[in-house]
Design a protein around this ligand. Sequence first.
Ligand code: ADP
Length: 299
Amino acid sequence: MMNYSIGLDIGGTKVAAGIVDEEGNIFSEIKLPSKTNDKESMFEQVLEALKQTLEDFKGKKEEIIGIGIGLPGKVDRENGIAVFQNNLPWANFPLKERLLEHYPEMKIHIDNDVAVAAYGEHFLNKVNKETLFTYITLSTGVASASVLNNELIKGNGFSGELGLIPVVSELENNKLRPLEKCTSGLAIEAYGRKYFEDQSLTTKDIFDKYYEEDEKAKEIIASVSKSLAYGFVSIISLLDPEKIVVGGSVAVHHPVLIELIKKELEELLIEAQKDAIDRISVSENSDAPLIGAASRLFF
Ligand code: ADP
């Protein structure tokens, strides 16, 4: 018998749901836009996503053991509560309890979105249990999550906040800035808008200009990759992960950024650390969060 579980990736833009087997295959995946007007419409949309993916599923429904959920911000894993999400209309929303009213037979696990993406990459890359694995996301924000023995390194609950580490930013007169403030998708967009004096530019536009060899865009991306490299030095020096996967839209669409970071690392790391550079790779599966959320039910 094959076990299945439902993965749910809930974000401020979309809700994705899919049924995942123990090998990480996804079935009947569906994506719906988030309805962020109020908490009940948002919850209705989550129910709708679950309903549609279950209706589409051709396998045996009794082999579905539970629902694994990833959502941004702060979550209370033990009690299944969405504590605080910047871009969702939920505050202390009892997500697990509300879902159990509709799916009383299901096991339900909720976790943070960076954590589920880390679990997903860990699962998809078939990383050994004993391997210290770090996932870094370069997206709207910047964060990391590390996994050892199939479990997240949680600390007191706030570990992995790579985006809060102060780093030097060339674009800001070499001042120290929290890494996220000078390297995230939002930061790249803000730098671009300021330098090109055009409020309509997106992160993607800045990269397009970079590929066209625009000098200003090159300066922005050089500064961003240098600041990011300092963050990577911190992670490598503290944890020396045996494998690092970088995900998030900014990294996935622009692997060149990772190449630039690696070049900087050649300068910044000491000789004995340099082998870490070859252990860094870019995510190859955009469904990692969904798979990671679902995979927690298999442990
Ligand atoms: P989230 O932050 O919700 O997890 P993403 O990983 O998709 O979502 O990251 C969103 C960020 O990625 C935004 O800052 C957006 O501008 C940026 N982004 C999305 N697509 C691209 C692209 N093709 N090129 C550069 N940046 C992108």
